[in-house]
Write a protein that binds this ligand. Structure first.
Ligand code: PGA
Length: 257
């Protein structure tokens, strides 16, 4: 398997921490620890309200890049409570998580996810598209579910934009449960996702897309999951809220690469 770039580890803070000071401390601790590690791209995706202070902590260094957990697909307009791509860019955001299962669970549709993906890759930001099955049934319907999610999201996205796309395989049952997917299943899913992308775009282009795993990744399981699952990195929720553990995951990704 050809790896396209250095491993990618993304911390999705979700709706944490609960105040600005704690967010500043967490970003600072992560920055200190990861600035000593090269060869891994680290992204922090704080709640939107904490993006400005995280950018201040980042202070132009390349210790980590800034991510957003969501964005609106329209450039402008009457969209109460939403943020535009231009706003995110003005605070140094480079990655946007799209279609996280927690947002799908709040009612975000495949059509909305598609519109966001189109807007993000067009804008020059990088998109981290999340896909994942709710349950792993014995008749393998979950494979159709993943295929549908990818085909609907990528519909009409040209090959020339694939370098801006990363896909995170996040089985819903593994998120925040301590019950991570088995590395053999992660590897199978990597191959399956590559096959879908190859059908859509051809092999050379499909290989430009990094494929991550997310769902109960910890400092302990990261190296095995990455080596045996043959993935390009991780999308980390809970463990990204503890600087020490998040950094252990970054180190494991480096070792496994
Ligand atoms: P988790 O979350 O690491 O807490 O399981 C992963 C995610 O939701 O991206």
């Amino acid at each position: 398997m050809k790896r396209n770039a250095e491993p990618l580890v993304v911390g999705n803070w979700k709706m944490n921490p609960q105040n600005a000071l704690a967010a500043k401390h967490l970003a600072t601790d992560i920055k200190k620890a990861v600035s000593r590690i090269d060869g891994v791209t680290v992204v922090i995706a704080p709640p939107a309200l904490f993006i400005p202070l995280t950018q201040v902590v980042q202070n132009g260094s390349n210790a980590f890049l800034l991510g957003a957990q969501n964005v609106h697909h329209e450039q402008l307009g009457p969209h109460t409570g939403e943020l535009s791509i231009t706003m995110l860019k003005s605070f140094g955001v480079e990655y946007v998580i799209i279609g996280h299962s927690e947002r799908r669970g709040e009612g975000e549709s495949d059509a909305q996810i598609h519109a966001k993906l189109v807007a993000v890759v067009k804008s020059g930001l990088r998109a981290l598209l999340c896909v994942g099955e709710r349950v792993r049934d014995h008749s393998a319907h979950y494979l159709n579910e993943i295929e549908q999610q990818i085909r609907l999201a990528c519909n009409g996205i040209p090959r020339s934009k694939l370098e801006s796309l990363t896909i995170a395989y996040e089985p819903v049952w593994a998120i925040g449960t301590g019950d991570n997917a088995a590395s053999s299943d992660i590897h199978e899913m990597r191959l399956f996702i590559e096959k879908i992308l190859t059908d859509l775009y051809g092999r050379n282009y499909a290989q430009k897309v990094q494929i991550l795993y997310g769902g109960s990744v910890t400092g302990k399981n990261a190296q095995t999951l990455m080596q045996e699952g043959m993935i390009d990195g991780f999308l980390v929720g809970g463990a990204s809220l503890r600087a020490d553990e998040f950094v252990d995951i970054v180190k494991a990704a480096k070792k496994a690469a």
